[in-house]
Design a binder for this molecule. Structure first.
Ligand SMILES: [Zn+2]
Length: 183
């Protein structure tokens, strides 16, 4: 089997185990429909940035499935959106039966909270916060993959207390640690 065929076979098997990961397109787009076959080369997991995928999958899906099973809802559960917002993993869904609703919410919120402690790029523990587009990364990724200023997570409170003062005080350090276009 070539790599593409192998990959498609893996995706098929994965979605048989976790049917809520089947991708029929973005449900927020007009014309969304589940009439046809789901994608054979893409799943909801692919909506998640790589570092979080490495750190959380498939454990998160096993935990979600265990909750859904209690209400016979494994085949019916649908995500509405999986994305990054303010540096946090956010997962929205299309509803769940009342008896498991709170448990589903708790699980997804728990992973949101944990996501800021995991490098969004590589899945290692995060140590720095990128300024501008807020995201949490490890030392290596801050140096090699990300562009712009970043601060140690231990400075986050001081930064938010008075951003201008923080930047003023740390300007030299911010510039020295920063990777620019072309570096
Ligand atoms: Zn990293």
């Amino acid at each position: 089997m070539d790599e593409e065929t192998l990959n498609k076979a893996k995706i098929k098997e994965y979605c048989e185990k976790y049917p809520f990961l089947r991708w029929y397109g973005d449900p927020l787009y007009m014309g969304y429909s589940e009439d046809g076959e789901p994608a054979d080369d893409y799943t909801w997991e692919d909506e998640m940035p790589e570092g979080w995928r490495k750190a959380f999958c498939p454990q998160i899906w096993d935990e979600l499935k265990a909750i859904l099973e209690k209400a016979d809802y494994v085949d019916k559960f649908r995500f509405a959106q999986i994305k990054e917002k303010w540096g946090e993993l956010r997962m929205y869904h299309c509803g769940a039966p009342e008896q498991i609703y709170d448990e589903v919410e708790e699980l997804l919120n728990d992973y949101s909270k944990r996501s800021v402690d995991v490098c969004i790029d590589c899945g290692e523990p995060s140590t720095r916060m990128m300024l501008g587009w807020i995201k949490y990364v490890c030392d290596d990724c801050a140096k090699t993959k990300e562009l712009g200023w970043h601060i140690p997570k231990s400075d986050i409170d001081a930064f938010y207390e008075d951003r201008d003062a923080y930047i003023e005080t740390h300007k030299a350090e911010l510039d020295a640690n920063c990777r620019h276009y072309g570096d």
